[in-house]
Design a protein around this ligand. Structure first.
Ligand SMILES: [Fe+2]
Length: 293
């Protein structure tokens, strides 16, 4: 047998290439895991809303607030997210729009299924966002019928009263996204009288101008997707529709100092045309009402 000779320079070069490929694979895997986690690991955010205008029978009333599903289906056919919603023990569930996506992944049956599953946990109140209003007319009417058929209450510029066991009430006002700038809201708020008023609306940027001036007590909304990409440790997002770069209203609770009105913004559950978010987990918001004073 003849001797085998190796070129040490060649061996070192091959090892370098293998090491580089390994490193890139590791980085890719890390990014993929982070992106998957950021888009599928659901966070529950708890808020307490205190008011002297609430009647005692609503002390401890729990609202699960969901927004911006964008036709997403979570793993195991939504089993995990429905379990998380159930664990909050909600009195009602509210959905503040864009549960359907109208871009590159419209899936109306997936949205219907999600709403049906949530309706089995607690009464669902739903308002349309900008995406529902972009769906073809031939599809939206059957969708509305399906929403109502599964027991959810679609609020199209309407007010409903929720009664406690002792007969006291709060008012829930649901505005369609296309009517947020109209003066309909003021009229509905006026009709609510002395009730504690909760507004369901899709877009947060009208807080001071429209919602506070109408006189509502608490606003629940979404639309901003938490700013899509969030800068770690800052609670700041990069971009939101209708607010542009470095938007101010993308998550959390804002308070109007003059009136005490509050607005809680959900970061939402899904994504629209741009398919992923970063450092910005899908969010279930849970609000507990408390009587103060
Ligand atoms: Fe949205």
């Amino acid at each position: 047998m003849g001797k085998r000779y190796t070129n040490p320079e060649k061996t070192t070069a091959a090892q370098k290439v293998i090491r580089r490929i390994g490193l890139w694979c590791f980085v890719f895997l890390l990014l993929f895991t982070a992106a998957y986690g950021a888009n599928n690991r659901i966070e529950v955010s708890e808020y307490v809303c205190q008011s002297g205008d609430l009647s005692y029978s609503f002390d401890g009333f729990r609202i699960v607030h969901l927004s911006d599903l964008h036709s997403k289906t979570f793993i195991q056919d939504n089993a995990g997210i429905m379990r998380k919603i159930r664990e909050q023990n909600p009195d009602i569930i509210v959905m503040t729009g864009d549960m359907i996506d109208c871009s590159n992944h419209t899936d109306i049956p997936a949205s219907e299924k999600f709403i049906r599953q949530a309706s089995e946990i607690a009464p669902v109140y739903y308002v349309f966002g900008n995406h529902e209003n972009l769906i073809d007319k031939s599809e939206i009417e059957p969708f509305k019928a399906a929403v109502r058929e599964c027991g959810a209450i679609l609020l199209e510029n309407e007010r409903v009263q929720i009664s406690s066991r002792t007969g006291q009430t709060i008012s829930l006002i649901g505005m369609d996204d296309s009517s947020l700038q109209a003066n309909l809201l003021g009229k509905l708020a006026e009709e609510s009288g002395d009730d504690f008023q909760i507004l369901l609306a899709h877009e947060p940027q009208y807080f001071e101008e429209n919602y506070v001036s109408a006189g509502v007590d608490l606003v629940l909304c979404g639309h901003a997707h938490g700013g899509q990409f969030r800068i770690p440790f800052t609670h700041k997002g990069i971009w939101a529709p209708d607010q542009g770069f470095f938007p101010e209203k993308t998550e959390g609770c804002l308070r109007d100092s003059a009136t005490g009105a509050e607005m809680i913004i959900s970061r939402g559950l899904g994504n629209s045309a741009f398919p992923f978010r970063a450092f910005n987990h899908p969010e279930i918001v849970c609000v507990t009402l408390r009587v103060s004073g």
